[in-house]
Design a protein. Structure first.
Length: 79
């Protein structure tokens, strides 16, 4: 069985393998501090809950063209 690979391809694979080994040896610092990230999420949830509690019973107006009562509502017939 003979090896018919191109010598340039074999050299490229060798270089890429060496490069990959060098990259794997270098430690990668953490991109996110888990303690700080958790604190940020907790504060955001607290702020969202406080906002919802503040808005409480507010009723937002319906969008333009929206009907607030279905057709044939009993109140219309009582008048």
């Amino acid at each position: 069985m003979s090896d018919r690979r191109d010598p340039a391809e074999a050299r490229l694979r060798e270089l890429l393998g060496a490069w990959r080994q060098e990259i794997d040896e270098v430690p990668v610092p953490s991109l996110v501090d888990p303690v700080h990230a958790a604190a940020v999420v907790i504060e955001a949830r607290k702020a969202r809950r406080a906002k919802k509690a503040k808005e409480g019973g507010r009723v937002h107006p319906p969008p333009d063209g929206a009907r607030t009562r279905p057709p044939g509502d009993a109140r219309e017939e009582a008048v």
